[in-house]
Design a protein around this ligand. Structure first.
Ligand code: BV8
Ligand code: ZN
Length: 245
């Protein structure tokens, strides 16, 4: 089932199909924050401007921490100006209507929490937090940082973000897999579904018998796994879906 407009005739049959599904898990990616003005990774050039291996890897940080910090400080400035959009807000409303609910996000912008979502699992950390490369210090800061921010212990701070080649936080991936295993409705919103282990959750949801809905203006690796596709922007499609449930 592919719905690509708010007037599509299949909205009623989709609503009938999912109305009573209230154990909900949601995987989100950069696309849900696109309408908050934040660049996505693959579709419009964030990675192209900076080659992935140049910034989002521990090797890059080891090689040139100031360059990596310049990249993250640029993104932090954008994130601190960004506000949640109607897509984030629709998920807050959906959480209030559901029996169990988890947002599993690949995003590091914190906009789900800012919108008021309660149960948010951050698979890849948060650009709002920094942590020390030596001691266990970890804290949220919205200050403008230099390109060599130091911990009080004298060691360098790093973004509290999971880089390529790094393990995801143990509790985050366990919580994500548990929520996915136990849900009967799984929404995949605004992700190209190429980054693992996050993308693996979509197959897990399908195998666990959940009804899978993708929300994305474009076809992705997730499309073939979805029972229904809302082919459009999250800020348009999600409020319409949630208002019908
Ligand atoms: C790990 C933090 C174990 C940084 C990120 C080969 C095969 C499979 C896996 C691998 C492989 N080679 C290497 C790997 C593992 C690797 C990986 O998956 N690589 C990929 C690229 C192939 N994964 C890892 O390294 C992970 N760790 O596996 O640990 C391990 C340990 C040691 C050695 C080996 C393995 C760590 C992954 C985490 C990396 N960190 N982020 C930062 O943010 O700066 S990932 C980064 O990509 C972001 O978190 C982002 O969220 C994520 C995924 O991107 P998307 O969110 O999907 O964004 P994208 O731009 O791609 O897509 C946007 C979508 O939105 C598009 O579809 C677009 O159509 C849509 N859209 C646009 N507008 C809208 C919209 N949708 C809705 N509404 C709109 N308005
Ligand atoms: Zn320290």
């Amino acid at each position: 089932m592919l719905i690509d407009s708010l007037h599509h005739p299949d909205w009623n049959s989709l609503t009938e199909r999912v109305r009573n599904l209230n154990r909900i898990a949601i995987l989100t990616g950069a696309g849900i924050s696109a309408e908050s003005g934040l660049a996505t990774f693959r579709s419009n050039g964030l990675w192209e401007n900076h080659r992935v291996e140049d910034v989002a890897t521990p090797e890059a940080f080891e090689r040139d921490p100031k360059f990596v910090w310049r990249f993250y400080n640029m993104r932090r400035e954008g994130v601190f100006k960004a506000l949640p959009n109607d897509g984030h807000r629709a998920l807050v409303e959906l959480e209030a209507k559901s029996q169990s609910f988890a947002i599993i996000t690949q995003n590091v912008d914190g906009l789900h929490q800012l919108a008021g979502s309660q149960n948010v699992i951050e698979l890849h950390g948060s650009i709002r937090r920094v942590r020390c490369t030596e001691c266990s210090k970890k804290f949220e800061t919205h200050e403008t940082l230099t390109d060599e921010p130091m911990c009080k212990c004298g060691s360098m701070l790093r973004p509290d973000i999971v880089w390529f080649g790094e393990m995801l936080p143990e509790n985050a991936i366990l919580d994500a897999r548990r929520a996915t295993e136990n849900c009967d409705l799984f929404l995949v919103i605004g992700t190209s579904a190429v980054v693992h282990p996050a993308a693996g959750l979509i197959v897990q949801a399908r195998n666990a018998g959940a009804f899978v809905i993708e929300v994305n203006p474009a076809q992705t690796e997730a499309t073939a796994l979805a029972h229904a596709v809302l082919r459009g922007p999250a800020a348009i499609m999600l409020p319409n879906l949630v208002s019908r449930l």
